[in-house]
Write a protein that binds this ligand. Sequence first.
Ligand SMILES: Nc1nc2c(ncn2[C@@H]2O[C@H](COP(=O)(O)OP(=O)(O)OP(=O)(O)O)[C@@H](O)[C@H]2O)c(=O)[nH]1
Length: 282
Amino acid sequence: MSRKKSAKGKAVTSSPSAGSPAGKGAGKTARSSPGIVQMNGVVHPSRPSISNSSEFYDIAFKVMLVGDSGVGKTCLLVRFKDGAFLAGSFISTVGIDFRPGKNLSIFSNDHTRVSDTQSNTLTQGRGKKRQFLPCCSTNKVLNIDGVKVKLQIWDTAGQERFRSVTHAYYRDAHALLLLYDVTNKSSFDNIKAWLTEIHEYAQQDADATHERVVKREDGERLAKEFGVPFMETSARSGLNVELAFNGVAKELKHRSIKDPIEKFKLQEYVNKEMKTTGCCRS
Ligand SMILES: Nc1nc2c(ncn2[C@@H]2O[C@H](COP(=O)(O)OP(=O)(O)OP(=O)(O)O)[C@@H](O)[C@H]2O)c(=O)[nH]1
């Protein structure tokens, strides 16, 4: 099925066609639930450094969003970055066509150009002929207890055929946010496979309500089974989006500073801060 929608990475309002049933998320309420599944111990101390967006930061981390195609990775990132929800029909993130000296372009399945990204968001591939990368990245600097933490957040292509490309990127990620769609049971069922895959490829020390078919408790149970923190988010309502990324940034900052006095437990922090009302509570 050919699924088209407005350019990713931009805040868009729904058009008549965008509200059609072909739009995967059309009419849905609660959506994705990320479990923070892996956290590498590696840090890139940079005191102070300047990011691509000309913002100073103290430490930087690479965070990846992974999960089945259509679970809402791009929307979550756009919500976090721009505070907007990409409502409407859905076009899959497919890959990035990189050519030296040119901007990066994101292409859809039918190879129509979806959007351009700044060429300086990626350095890999520079000087090489042409290559596909699994995703694009966005930088955001957060102030975490007075420390400027830069998160370079990568939005990956969820489609199976890009899996092998994405694997290569797990390795140096400091944190992975694994997402499923609460209105799509198979995206939840596939979480185990994602976790297994991530454990295989990442470093060992790395660490709608009425349409809901995956219970919150099921997500919690699975996260517990794998010993990873858990929360539900919604790119549409904004529920817990800030919290997910702030929690990751806090955890990474604490790991890098290794403060022997102040212990930080991500799940405890999340439980304390989590909103108990909203679209994503069952
Ligand atoms: N109701 C609702 N719909 C959402 C939410 N997040 C995403 N959607 C819808 O789900 C569809 C897919 O979202 P994307 O963010 O493009 O999905 P993705 O995981 O990036 O997909 P791939 O690029 O193929 O990996 C879009 O139509 C969105 O409008 C959410 O929190 N709530």
